[in-house]
Design a protein around this ligand. Sequence first.
Ligand code: Z5A
Length: 217
Amino acid sequence: MGKNHRGLLISFEGPEGSGKSTQAEIVYKWLLKKGYETILTWEPGGTELGKLVRDILLNRGLFIAPKAEMLLYGADRAQHVEEVIYPALKNGKIVLCDRFIDSSLAYQAYARGLDINFVEQINILASGGLIPDLTLLFDLPIEEGFKRKKRGDFDRIERESLEFHKAVREGYLAVARNNPHRVKLIDASRPLESVAEAAISAVDEFLKGWDGDAEAD
Ligand code: Z5A
């Protein structure tokens, strides 16, 4: 699958309460207003099958072994890429994805402790080698993210320890360090409007290069 398409994949990543879903919605509306054909989707649960898988993954009454957890996120991703993401990219659309492969690296490898090569292999198998063109990583201290959450009934992953969530954040920062050209780090501890300004400006900047490439084709 790789790069055999005309569209653009932008992922939104970050630890709990980082505001990435809010920002994905803001960027989505901004892109539509600019006239770009854009879809906004998410993992886990961006397809009918994915919704069922999501219910299993977030069910706090279930024990799920770490490898099974990774394979379930992989199943959700495989279905999502085949049914939603790849067709949209093939049609030249911009796809905004709320969580993608880097969530598995941060949560399943860095925090859960699975072998990073195993997680990377499942990511490649599930996504067909699809890597986001741009990733916006919304970073903030874990305690601040949890303060923002208004729901008290935490799901299976939210209920993990503070250490687990701190490892998620560290994992994300490692992903950013390892992929400096793809991952744009955004300070998400600022007020919503400032974060939105940074997110839009990162996408705007990226699009200048992309529009240029499209014209050259
Ligand atoms: N997961 C995984 O382990 N492996 C994988 O491969 C994938 C996922 C794909 C999915 O949960 C879970 O699956 C997730 C990771 C794991 N962990 N958990 N739980 P989800 O999709 O239900 O939830 P989420 O993605 O973790 O979303 P979230 O953390 O609940 O929210 P968010 O997207 O980061 O934030 P938000 O919904 O935009 O905002 C949260 C609140 O903060 C809301 O009230 C906003 O109005 C407020 N907000 C937003 N921005 C600000 C600012 N700047 N200031 C103040 N308040 C703000």
